[in-house]
Write a protein that binds this ligand. Structure first.
Ligand code: HEC
Ligand code: HEC
Ligand code: HEC
Ligand code: HEC
Ligand code: HEC
Length: 197
């Protein structure tokens, strides 16, 4: 799906990558460089890009109460929650609001067989491995990480997606899980290799 930005193909993976990053991080601390320049990804809290079609979660997930997984059907099964193909939208919009210019734009993509060029909001660096299913199947709600999406007319990045954000939750949920997850025997890794493979 083109909505998922292609990551650069990098032969450096695993520990070498992390070792290099540690070295770069150390070097930039020594030289007093602002390390955030090295890795602007993952620190875009509040990021709200303009989308090619004014799709609203507030209408669909809020007012119409559609289940997140109707569209993001990868979230229980795979690493990616995924962005739905136009055909999912057309299940309704072949007949719903066809007079709307926005829906006509949507229908054009459908007729041409082209995906909508949605702009990606969340984007971790490629040396971090994140898996939706591991979280969703243990009962962590989408909103814990993405905020009140069902109230958003435009998706906004809610959390920092920093390493501290991940590690703090892993530590807290393992030591003292929220009441609704107590029975799930949570053990979330804080090992470097758990998130950097
Ligand atoms: C009718 C289909 C549909 C439903 C239902 C839906 N979404 Fe989405 N979602 C989309 C589309 C299309 C996009 C891409 C456009 C955008 O970002 O607004 C998207 C984008 C997102 C993003 C941002 C992805 C990125 O680029 O980083 C998140 C997070 C998200 N949805 C979470 C949710 C959650 C949580 C729910 C349930 C409360 C939900 N969605 C319900 C269709 C849907
Ligand atoms: C389950 C049916 C359903 C699905 C699936 C669905 N929609 Fe909708 N959508 C609606 C309804 C109903 C409305 C009108 C809500 C209203 O006017 O109160 C609407 C409204 C809209 C509007 C606003 C139209 C306007 O001009 O007022 C847009 C844009 C839109 N949808 C885009 C999408 C996209 C993109 C997808 C796929 C990611 C999608 N919809 C999937 C039912 C659906
Ligand atoms: C533990 C935190 C967490 C939970 C829970 C979570 N997400 Fe995400 N989500 C993320 C992160 C982090 C990313 C960025 C992943 C990346 O860049 O590789 C992301 C990315 C996304 C994207 C962009 C496309 C993709 O698959 O990468 C969508 C859509 C999305 N999430 C929807 C959902 C939905 C729907 C749920 C609930 C069923 C959910 N998320 C639960 C943290 C979470
Ligand atoms: C809101 C809390 C929360 C946040 C935030 C969070 N996680 Fe998790 N994570 C969990 C839970 C709970 C599990 C499931 C642990 C289990 O299976 O018992 C988990 C599991 C994982 C696993 C599977 C390995 C394991 O320990 O089972 C990886 C990898 C992972 N998370 C990476 C990340 C990354 C990377 C981020 C940040 C981008 C992140 N997580 C953010 C709560 C969180
Ligand atoms: C729970 C997941 C998780 C664990 C465990 C984890 N990291 Fe990370 N790490 C991330 C995420 C997400 C990022 C990207 C965001 C950022 O830079 O804060 C990252 C970024 C980094 C960076 C790049 C920093 C920068 O500013 O560019 C280094 C170096 C790093 N991690 C090393 C480690 C080491 C060493 C360990 C073990 C002590 C570790 N990580 C454990 C999730 C994790």
């Amino acid at each position: 799906m083109t909505s998922v930005r292609h990551r650069s193909i990098n032969p450096m993976t695993g520990w070498w990558r992390v070792a290099l990053l540690v070295a770069t991080l150390g070097l930039s601390l020594l030289t007093g460089c602002d390390n955030s320049d090295l890795n602007p990804l993952g620190y875009n809290k509040g990021y709200t890009p303009v989308q090619p079609i004014s799709y609203s979660h507030k209408i669909h997930a809020g007012d119409l109460k559609m289940d997140c997984k109707y569209c993001h059907f990868g979230s229980e099964k795979s690493k990616k929650a995924g962005i739905p193909p136009v055909s999912v939208c057309m299940n309704c919009h072949k007949t719903v609001r066809t007079e709307s210019p926005q829906i006509q734009l949507l229908a054009d993509f459908y007729k041409k067989g082209e995906p909508v060029p949605w702009v990606r909001v969340h984007n971790l660096p490629d040396f971090v491995s994140f898996d939706h299913s591991r979280h969703v199947n243990k009962g962590v709600a989408c909103q814990t990480c993405h905020g009140p999406i069902q109230e958003m007319a435009e998706v906004k990045q809610f959390a920092s997606l920093s390493m501290g954000w991940c590690v703090n939750c892993h530590r807290d949920y393992t030591r003292n899980p929220p009441p609704d997850l107590k029975a799930k025997h949570i053990f979330a890794t804080t090992d470097c290799t758990g998130c950097h493979q």
